[in-house]
Unconditional design. Structure first.
Length: 159
């Protein structure tokens, strides 16, 4: 009988050990899932840390660019103010067509400046428009062979 009990006990012992290994594997499985979630959280955090650093760097670079732009504008305004009799004037003077077919806006800028009491001028802003006779518009068209392109000086720097 003692031998029978020993045989039964010897068969139960490996079953208990295998039950422990199955439980240990279950803990290992859940532990590995936990480790996987921890790794994903670390990856997620490092991604956003890197993104935050890029955004901060971009913000710093944008601030530097804005300061440079402001400084450049101030320098240009200071340089412009050094010319004592220099002004920007607004007008609307048609540019004549030069012999090569291009508009001659230097003469138009000079005319705008002379009208305002200055001696010379250079164009700063020009406007181009397609000009058509009235019958083209009355016919419901916006362009045609009888239309021409005209260029006007709208602002000039005068001295």
């Amino acid at each position: 009988m003692l031998a029978g009990v020993m045989v039964v006990m010897s068969t139960l012992a490996p079953a208990q050990e295998s039950g422990r290994t199955a439980g240990a594997e279950d803990l290992g499985f859940f532990a590995s899932i936990g480790r996987w979630f921890d790794q994903q959280a670390d990856n997620f955090n490092s991604y956003f840390r890197g993104t935050r650093e890029h955004v901060e760097k971009f913000g710093q670079e944008a601030g530097i660019a804005a300061r440079r732009t402001v400084d450049t504008a101030k320098d240009a305004a200071d340089a412009f103010a050094r010319f004592p009799n220099t002004r920007i004037v607004i007008g609307h003077e048609k540019c004549v067509i030069a012999p090569n077919g291009a508009p001659d806006c230097i003469a138009a800028a000079n005319r705008i400046c002379k009208e305002k009491g200055f001696v010379t001028g250079k164009s700063v802003d020009m406007t181009t428009a397609e000009v058509c006779p009235a019958h083209v518009y009355l016919a419901g068209r916006n362009s045609g062979p009888e239309c021409s392109t005209e260029t006007f000086v709208s602002r000039a720097i005068c001295q």
